[in-house]
Design a protein around this ligand. Structure first.
Ligand code: SOE
Length: 395
């Protein structure tokens, strides 16, 4: 008889992230040799018909409309939260207290106090063998994981400067409707929390350092938009009337890292022509590494120790079997895409659950990013003065 563990998953939410996570729950067990079977047991959403459609399309066995009932079920081991940030804390804390492992989309929460309560709940649950993880998926793009490994090996020497930006352009059209991402009560902040959070996480992840203080400015370029009619998230159509945008359209800030090095950050939905340009460049005293998600299979490496006549950025196509995660996929040069990071996330989560380890990023790491976001908001509200991350003013 097989003693193989089974992880039955409930996913709460079914928007854009629901689609991406569903694909990963379905694909990861077929690509990686996971140490457990995964069952896509139930997807939960408020609208019965729409969530039933999502279940049928994405391969969930059932759908339901009440997340509390689902969390109380004995036949669920993992709760995957893909709702807007405003509901993360309530759902995650309830799930952890009910003894479920939790995967929660980023940013961890909408406010530092919520993220702190979630981290407390996660730490108490960890003492009982319950795991939790934040969905900063871009860490799991093979080129990004390789970048982290090369920096840790000292290939670029001492990190002297970091440039991190996340540029999109989907709000350039002033008629783009007022989806939940543009409303503070649902999203917490705008470009800052939605995509700036990824840039902060990547900067901390690849350098192994923390952002300790920031100075920045937030701006809302289009302050009123058509209210949303049908649809949600990024794909809605305009309804009747207009309403206020209550979050930032763009955030620009400088951060000091724990080593003292400076990092510049930009998060914007107004970078005309840039679709999903999450870019990071780390400059060291022996070399540099650069990544841009719009060319996600490539990592650029500059080796300052090479002879002068052959110096230049080397374009590494990160699809060799030696590269992180790649051996399970296709032969070299058969490129990976956006969705692969989500499968890698499922693989790492399942491995950690079965082997009894804390998966990364932990909720504590999510809280750390949340504190950086709060510090940027505090700085912007006070003429861009420098604010310490985690200082009482930025709580
Ligand atoms: C929209 O800005 C969005 O989907 C973000 O919510 C995601 O976190 C990012 O990965 C892509 O853009």
């Amino acid at each position: 008889m097989s003693t193989r563990p089974v992880l039955r998953v409930a996913m709460i939410g079914y928007g854009f992230m629901g689609a991406a996570h569903s694909q990963a729950w379905r694909t990861a067990p077929r690509v990686f040799d996971l140490p457990a079977d995964v069952e896509m047991t139930v997807v939960v959403g408020r609208h019965a018909v729409a969530v039933a459609d999502a279940a049928a399309k994405w391969g969930w066995a059932e759908s339901a409309t009440d997340w509390r009932e689902v969390i109380a079920r004995d036949d669920i081991e993992v709760v995957d939260i893909v709702t807007p940030g405003g509901s993360h804390a309530e759902i995650a804390i309830a799930a952890l207290q009910a003894g479920k492992h939790v995967l929660c989309e980023k940013p961890l929460a909408n406010a530092v106090a919520e993220a702190e309560a979630m981290t407390d709940a996660a730490e108490q649950a960890a003492a009982r063998g319950i795991r939790s993880m934040v969905g900063f998926t871009y860490r799991r793009v093979p080129a990004v994981t390789l970048m982290r490994d090369l920096i840790a090996q000292g290939r670029i020497g001492r990190v002297q400067q970091v440039r991190a930006s996340y540029r999109q352009d989907w709000l350039v059209d002033p008629e783009m409707p007022l989806g939940w991402r543009l409303q503070k009560e649902h999203a917490g902040s705008g470009a800052l929390g939605d995509i700036g959070a990824h840039a902060i996480d990547l900067a901390q992840f690849v350098t192994g350092q923390e952002v300790t203080s920031v100075s920045g400015v937030l701006e809302t370029i289009v302050s009123e938009r058509p209210v949303q009619g049908s649809g949600s998230g990024l794909s809605g159509t305009a309804g009747e009337g207009r309403g206020p945008v209550t979050v930032d359209d763009l955030a620009i800030f400088t951060g000091r890292l724990s080593s003292g090095a400076l990092a510049s950050f930009e998060a914007t939905r107004f970078a005309t022509g840039r679709k999903n340009a999450l870019a990071i460049e780390v400059s060291g005293d022996r070399g540099a590494l650069a990544f841009d998600f719009e060319d996600l299979n490539v990592l650029q490496w500059y080796d300052r120790t090479a002879p002068n006549e052959v110096q230049g950025f080397t374009r590494i196509v990160v699809t060799e079997p030696e590269h992180p995660y790649v051996a399970a996929w296709w032969p070299a040069g058969h490129m990976l895409g956006y969705e692969h990071g989500f499968s890698h996330q499922v693989k790492d989560l399942v491995d950690a659950i079965v082997h009894g380890a804390d998966p990364h990023p932990t909720f504590a790491e999510g809280l750390r990013v949340q504190r950086v976001l709060a510090a940027v908001e505090e700085s912007s509200a006070h003429d861009s003065r420098w604010v310490g991350v985690g200082s009482p003013a930025a709580g």
